[in-house]
Design a protein around this ligand. Structure first.
Ligand SMILES: Cc1ncc(COP(=O)(O)O)c(C=O)c1O
Length: 387
């Protein structure tokens, strides 16, 4: 049975006050997640420090992330951010040999590209796959870049700038043919669509809890395929990355035999409360149902925008699109401000305003956004090149 989206919407109080289309930046806060933050404070007042409970919460988040993306808990590190997970992974890779190439796309979020470029002094060579004339990057565009020298293909699932979704299966196939590994940055997709790391056959995946996972900033995850875990020894380490956290051994680094070796210090305790509540809620809704709902809303939004002759730069094909609809403007930052003044929360990247949808949005949100865009078109419409 399909979830009752109208009832779910009422669990997000900000939606009574705002047309909230900013989940690609930060999700709306659910009552249950607010209650989880309150529970943390209550525990602090009641017990003081409850480490047993806090470690259990961290493990609960690990298991919920694993369930969400089709992995085993031992394949999941709980990190402070995507950046923390990628830095830890990078520290375990060796670029001193002939397989020193890292292939990334021009759709990457800055932190991912920057971290891979930061490996250049260690011998890495970073090659970018550019977007085509239509603004998209098909799998075939990676064919030339991925070769026998490629160690890692590090790609975003959905581009944060324009909402375009890469053909992960096609790119993985090219990587496999050359013996390269694949890292998926799924921050802009996880929670907004079905995502099964085993079906996609990626080796690594990183994401975080503040967008479509309904949680908070300050907590993320890194998936590492089980068969690779023990061959990778991060030099980026810490006491929560050790085999026995309680050993307090200062004589050696003994990494955990599972993906916890990619963690570092004290877990993000308060964020675990919120992340757990958000993940539980999302798993109850189901990522297939969320994906279907979001697809309906983005398709409606793109149709309405075409009607007002202010077309989006987001791919119209369902399988090439995530939860964001990006619309080019000659003054995107001002457009975001004008929309905000009308109670519509969006964000801008480059020359685009981004409207990002989650299952808690509805048709009225789409229509409110497009009606405001129609009003603002004369003043802030598309730049001459795309008109
Ligand atoms: C695709 C993608 N990767 C990474 C990040 C940021 O990661 P971090 O958790 O390191 O801030 C974002 C944030 O917007 C993102 O959209």
């Amino acid at each position: 049975m399909a979830p009752n989206f109208a009832a779910l919407r009422r669990e997000f109080p900000v939606l009574e006050r705002k047309t909230y289309l900013n989940s690609g930046s930060y999700c709306a806060l659910a009552n249950e997640v607010r209650a989880a933050f309150d529970a943390y404070l209550d525990d602090r007042l009641r017990v003081g420090a409850d480490w047993d409970l806090w470690v259990a919460k961290n493990e609960s988040v690990r298991s919920l992330v694993a369930a969400l993306i089709g992995a085993a808990p031992d394949e999941i590190a709980i990190t402070a951010s995507v950046s923390a997970g990628l830095n830890s992974l990078a520290s375990a890779l060796d670029f001193s040999g002939p397989r020193n190439k890292i292939v990334i796309s021009d759709f990457e979020f800055p932190t991912a590209a920057q971290i891979w470029h930061a490996q250049e002094p260690r011998g890495a060579r970073v090659v970018h796959v550019p977007r085509g004339a239509d603004g998209y990057i098909p799998a075939s565009a990676f064919a030339q870049a991925i070769d026998e020298k490629t160690q890692l293909v590090a790609i975003t699932h959905v581009c944060f700038r324009n909402g375009a979704k890469l053909d992960v299966a096609g790119i993985v196939e090219l990587a496999r043919a050359k013996g390269a590994r694949v890292l998926l940055d799924c921050y802009q997709s996880v929670g907004s669509m079905r995502l099964d790391v085993k079906a996609l056959d990626v080796d690594f995946a990183a994401g975080g809890m503040l967008k479509y996972l309904l949680g908070t900033a300050g907590i993320g995850f890194l998936y590492v395929r089980d068969s690779l875990v023990t061959s990778l020894v991060p030099s980026n380490s810490g006491w929560f990355a050790q085999e026995n956290i309680g050993a307090m051994d200062i004589g050696a680094n003994r990494p955990a035999p599972n993906a916890r070796r990619f963690e570092a210090g004290t877990p993000p305790v308060v964020n675990c409360y919120a992340a757990e509540a958000g993940l539980r809620m999302l798993l109850k809704v189901g990522t297939s149902a969320a994906e279907e709902r979001i697809r309906t809303l983005t398709a409606r939004c793109m149709r309405r925008l075409r009607e007002i002759e202010w077309a989006s730069v987001t791919p119209s094909e369902d399988d090439r699109r995530g939860a964001t609809v990006a619309v080019p403007s000659r003054a995107a930052a001002r457009l975001v401000e004008e929309l905000k003044a009308r109670g519509i929360v969006t964000s801008s990247r480059d020359d685009n305003v981004r409207a990002a949808f989650h299952f808690y949005n509805d048709e009225a949100d789409v229509d409110a956004f497009c009606a405001a865009m129609k009003d603002l078109r004369a003043a802030l419409g598309p730049p001459p090149a795309v008109r």
